[in-house]
Design a protein around this ligand. Sequence first.
Ligand SMILES: *Cc1c(COP(=O)(O)O)cnc(C)c1O
Length: 379
Amino acid sequence: MIGLSSIPSFDLKRNYQRVKWEVLRALEGVLEGQHFILGPEVKAFEGEFASYLGVDHAIGCASGSDALLLALMAIGVGPGDEVITTPFTFFASTSCISRLGARAVYVDVEPDTYNMRMDMVMDAVTDKTKAVLPVHIFGQMCPLEQIRGPLKERGISLIEDCAQSFGAVRRVDGELLRGGAVGDISCFSFFPTKNLGCYGDGGLVATGDEGLAGRLRSLRVHGSTSTYFHDEVGLNSRLDEIQAAILRVRLRHAEEWNEERRAIAERYRMLFAAKDLLEWVTPPVEAEGNRHVFHQYVVRAKDRDALQSFLAERGITTRVYYPLSLHLQPCFRYLGYKEGDFPVSEMLTREVLALPMFPELTPEEQEAVVAAMADFYRR
Ligand SMILES: *Cc1c(COP(=O)(O)O)cnc(C)c1O
């Protein structure tokens, strides 16, 4: 390494410095109030989040994984049911299905957006299909307008996994909608590195349906609508009051941070072209009608593993999301899928590489990343 300091894949410390005093003031408010479970900060945050999203009801919970579990519980997914989803995503998008004794049915993904193929969803529907669970992967929305109508006709729920897409927007049937405002229920994660993250675990479920909202509020407190009386067995899964206070601060800045991510993505694209790297590196595609918020900046790269090691030697941290398609995970072997069943997802696991991406990444750091990539391919 020659005088280059290291470049992380993300850096939460830089972001904290931008909001430190606002966060400390918010924390002090919670500590003075001593109301820690489902207090005024959670209530206020849920209201602010719902109006940001343009959806009537927002229900905070303990994590994005719990948000998915609660959503499926609210629509009554159980043994014998099928849920259609993508094999190219984080584990939690499928574990919630198996956790409830239902079966994950996979549909392959697009090679350019990495999102689930909408044109194959209806072919995967059977009379056991209870829900479709698309993931807006890496920060851009699936074209849900292609399946929303047909699913409604068949009485199948559409549940959006928005863990990576906070702030994403899409023109849906002529209307600009946020990710999470298209389906019947949407699930968010506030894991610290997400586009809207807190300082621990946190999640949220949103819905426009009053009945489902009531069910979700009950399910997050042990299936109880009145203390110590239980209609069903739920979870203990609340959004923490301290995290809600932090999220209220960070929500006020999230749009600005997403714009910064978009500018970074644009600069990467220009640098690849300027360095003539497009023969080896395929940048992510923003589909027509989408506002991509680049939770991750994921390229497809020739000779990916060697490139990743080369960059690591130069102090540049990159990540592979995801190294193994979910249909090939040992714990989902019982589903009966095999290698070759989802060729695009499997190809991506060999080619994708997430470059450093966070709002505070500097142009100089980006130039160093792309220069190192150019050195690798021209070595
Ligand atoms: C992060 C993530 C989750 C889970 O969120 P947690 O808050 O970590 O439980 C679910 N789905 C996807 C696609 C994610 O990226």
